[in-house]
Design a protein around this ligand. Structure first.
Ligand SMILES: [Zn+2]
Length: 494
């Protein structure tokens, strides 16, 4: 096949994504770049007008900074949508802002107790405001919404996510949020077609329950799935644990309080976390832990050390920490020593979405935000992903931010701590070969060589010669998966 000297790269492996949610997000109203509350409300009203038959409306990616210091309240949504439930998922995906009809649909009243690990925010009079934090949105709200979405809806969402990924050169993805509904959708598509449209590895979410036996039941389910799902298209490789929340809504576990004085604990204590991590490690599963606050990643590493002490030395455990937005000075070296993969999402560090992040920390901690250079200097393996749909799923802007720490959303903004940018060749390697390594796909995926899977894509620009800036306007001419053209932007002379 004549490609006229075009750049060919191994298929991108998105090391951290959420496939069904990504597909769903493609039909939700995008609020990320709404300038202020009035524009956000106008978009919701227009979306409601355009979708008169939708039983409920979903918005996504709104930023706290859009409200210019005002606290989100259900009345602000009620003002434009009161006839049906409206759920607005925050950009950080760890909280949701809903209207009064949605609270009613969820069965949340002022007296409803907070779920474990979550908060139903209330005003001074005790009335629910419509803000659902952490497990109130990730657990309670998601459970209700999951029960309202049909399996056919989820399968359609999954198909939409696959199609979107293949068109931008992504040929494999690691789903970091698998539960029963997502797994049903993956299995249904695989059964229907005998394969999936791209390669998927999954981590089974183990949420903390009210008992150690309950926590370990989650691990047992993952062990049984991992033993049966080991095919070339779908594999369950490990578990996913949320150790803390996020900085944007002040739910991350930090050594020192947030600027507003809040200082939440991690979602697990060391004993409960170590029990789960040790059980998964003993079964040979990979443990991926969401850890954004400096105290969260230290706690996660403590739990991994406890697992090593309990289960004995073993090569190649390949556990992973996700996000690592703030860390103790000692954390990078601990990651390297334990062989733990640093799973990073450059898109989260886009300068255009840092205002609230920086304000919530409010001190010199922001000067060590997203310290990728420290992980690299310590010798830790870095894998890149997008965490879609908390951020755009397209890999080229992600690689641009990795290589420049500049904004793909608002080009021209000052770089976000540019000393932590990585050379473009390292960024590409970490989004392909090292992302494959992070899910035990090494040797097969993420490399171009005889014997490896023929997964690759053709770029219409050359970032190695012309610089990472060309990634902002570059296109994917063709994507090839298992030797088959699965996406083509133009006729290619063969
Ligand atoms: Zn995620």
């Amino acid at each position: 096949m004549e490609l006229d000297g075009a750049v060919v790269l191994p298929g991108i492996v998105d090391a951290h994504t959420h496939l069904v949610s990504l597909g769903e997000s493609l039909s939700q109203v995008d609020l990320q770049d709404a300038a202020d509350l009035a524009e956000l409300q106008a978009r919701l009203a227009a979306f409601a007008d355009a979708n008169p038959d939708a039983e409920r409306l979903m918005g996504r990616s709104w930023l706290f900074s859009t409200l210019e210091g005002r606290a989100p309240h259900r009345s602000m949504i009620d003002a434009v949508i009161s006839d049906r439930p409206a759920y607005l998922i925050a950009n950080d995906h760890h909280s949701a802002w809903v209207n009064s009809a949605a609270l009613a649909e969820l069965g949340v009243v002022d007296a409803t107790p907070d779920p474990i690990g979550g908060t139903i925010e209330r005003d001074a009079s005790g009335a629910a405001t419509g803000m659902l934090m952490e497990n109130a949105s990730l657990g309670l709200m998601r459970d209700v919404l999951d029960s309202l979405v049909s399996d056919a809806d989820r399968e359609a969402s999954l198909s939409a996510a696959f199609e979107s990924y293949l068109a931008v050169g992504v040929t494999a993805a690691v789903d970091m949020g698998l539960g029963e509904p997502e797994l049903r959708a993956l299995l249904a598509l695989q059964k229907r077609d005998g394969r999936l449209p791209m390669r998927v590895a999954g981590h089974w979410v183990v949420n903390r329950t009210s008992s150690s036996a309950g926590d370990l039941a989650g691990v047992a389910r993952a062990v049984s799935l991992a033993s049966t799902l080991r095919g070339p298209w779908l594999r369950i490789t490990g578990i996913k644990i949320f150790v803390d929340g996020v900085i944007d809504s002040c739910t991350a576990a930090m050594r020192h309080p947030f600027a507003d004085g809040s200082h939440p604990d991690a979602l697990w204590d060391l004993a409960s976390l170590s029990a789960v991590v040790t059980a998964a490690d003993a079964a040979g599963l990979q443990v991926a832990m969401h850890a954004i606050g400096d105290a969260a990643s230290a706690l996660a590493l403590d739990a991994l050390e406890a697992a090593v002490a309990a289960n004995g030395p073993r090569d190649d455990r390949r556990h992973r920490l996700e996000h690592l937005e703030t860390v103790d000075a000692a954390t990078p070296a601990r990651l390297a020593r334990l062989g733990v993969v640093a799973s990073l999402q450059p898109v989260h560090c886009d300068p255009a979405i840092q205002e609230n992040w920086r304000a919530m920390l409010g001190d010199d901690r922001v000067e060590r935000g997203y310290p990728w250079g420290e992980f690299a200097d310590a010798g830790a393996t870095i894998a890149l992903g997008t965490d879609a749909p908390t951020a755009p799923y397209q890999p080229l802007p992600n690689l641009y931010i990795a290589a420049t720490r500049q904004s793909a959303l608002v080009p021209g903004l000052p770089a976000n701590i540019p000393r932590n940018a990585m050379p473009i060749a390292d960024a590409v390697r970490r989004a392909t070969r090292d992302a494959a390594y992070a899910s035990r796909w090494d040797g097969e995926l993420g490399v171009l060589r005889p014997g490896a899977a023929a997964d690759f894509f053709v770029l219409d620009a050359d970032p190695f010669v012309d610089g990472p800036e060309v990634l902002l306007s570059a296109g994917v001419r063709m994507t090839v998966l298992a030797g088959e053209v699965v996406h083509s932007a133009e006729a290619v002379s063969a």
